[in-house]
Design a protein around this ligand. Structure first.
Ligand SMILES: Cc1ncc(COP(=O)(O)O)c(C=O)c1O
Length: 374
């Protein structure tokens, strides 16, 4: 059967392909999934959420949940928030609502691989803007230089997957101003904003008329499988997104919505939870950075947020390297090329794993590299 042209050159992501090589003996430093199980309070909230109605909610989500999201953001819950089946669906709905064939979408390079694929699924084209190693700083003037009359969306992801870097507030404000001036939409993917170490990352919320913020509970609350995300945008921008979202998902899971509402209603518990999450990832970051220095002979700037280390490896083809390491060394890491051409020469190590796994995975990686003479 001939598949639709729009899917012709699109495959499952390299992240999924590498994870498919996992065996029970593998050390998995590939998956971007918090290793933080629910505590008893969260489990109790889930039990209560299961007793709530199971019928459809409004397309944009329960108003009571939208209020919880809108309140700290200072936006109108009735028209400026849409709850989605994960941040991934939020992005998909947004691209469906705004990207026409021939349109251009500015994406970070290296950056989360979905952005370029979502552009292609709409017949659009991803145009990359660079982030410069070793600290992966964003050069606003270089980004401005990549904008053309066809640019529809500018994607910003801070803290970044796969880099762990944070874009400073001045740069974010400049990008929001440029988008307003040039009539494009900035999509600020803030899914890792609660996971930070030294300083809380700035949000783009309210920085410009054309800023859309995407966020969700996958990473902050270890709820990846429960599919709960949201978008915040002014009403005029939001309307077509809600229409697209209706035909993709109808509404986000009402169970997950009820759970999210309970979480966001319990300020004291939520604050304590997030402090604990940051502390655990902070410890795992320390373990990862020490092992990277000791075993891989690489010193990288400590990632300021998220739970990824983007590490240079002395090999010319990181895809072959990651596949061979997965099958022969039983360690899963993601080849940098999965995140765009600028990722070649690097691998993404997720330190969302137990410290002993991080230590032994990176040690095995180092042993394997030394045995290969690298
Ligand atoms: C940068 C980024 N955006 C969005 C997503 C999608 O998250 P969700 O589980 O909410 O769909 C991910 C997941 O890995 C991500 O890393």
């Amino acid at each position: 059967m001939r598949i639709a042209d729009r899917l012709e050159s699109i495959e499952l992501s390299l992240i999924r392909q590498i994870n498919a090589l996992s065996t029970p003996l593998s050390v998995n430093l590939g998956i971007g999934e918090p290793n933080i199980p629910p505590d008893e309070t969260l489990r109790e909230m889930a039990r209560r959420a299961a007793t709530m109605p199971w019928q459809y909610s409004p397309n944009a989500g329960y108003l009571s949940l939208r209020r919880k999201i809108a309140e700290p953001a200072g936006v109108d819950p009735t028209s400026e928030v849409c709850v989605t089946a994960g941040t991934q669906e939020a992005l998909y709905a947004l691209f469906q609502a705004y990207v026409n064939p021939g349109d251009e979408v500015l994406v970070p390079n290296p950056g989360f691989l979905s952005y370029a694929t979502l552009a292609r699924l709409c017949g659009g084209q991803a145009v990359t803007y660079g982030l410069e190693p070793p600290d992966w700083s964003l050069d606003v003037e270089a980004l401005r230089g990549r904008i053309t009359p066809r640019t529809k969306l500018i994607i910003v992801n801070s803290p970044s997957n796969p880099l762990g870097s944070i874009v400073n507030e001045l740069a974010l404000r400049s990008i929001a101003a440029i988008a307003d001036e040039r009539g494009c939409i900035v999509v600020s993917d803030e899914i890792y904003r609660e996971i930070w170490y030294e300083r809380e990352p700035p949000s783009m919320l309210g920085m410009g008329r054309n800023v859309v913020v995407a966020n969700g509970m996958s990473k902050s609350h270890g709820m990846t499988g429960l599919r709960l995300g949201w978008l915040i945008a002014r009403e005029e921008l939001m309307k077509p997104v809600i229409t697209a979202h209706q035909y993709i998902a109808t509404c986000a899971s009402v169970f997950s919505q009820s759970l999210a509402e309970m979480i966001l209603s319990d300020d004291a518990w939520n604050r304590t939870w997030l402090v604990r999450v940051r502390a655990q990832f902070g410890d795992q970051r320390t373990t990862a950075l020490h092992a990277i220095e000791r075993e891989l002979d690489a010193v990288i700037p400590p990632p300021a947020g998220a739970f990824y280390a983007f590490v240079p490896v002395p090999t010319c083809d990181t895809l072959t390297f990651a596949k061979t390491l997965a099958t022969d060394g039983a360690v899963l890491v993601i080849p940098g090329i999965a995140f765009g051409p600028a990722g070649e020469g690097f691998v993404r190590i997720s330190y969302a794993a137990a410290s002993d796994q991080i230590g032994s995975g990176i040690e095995r990686m180092g042993r394997w590299l030394r045995a290969a003479g690298r």
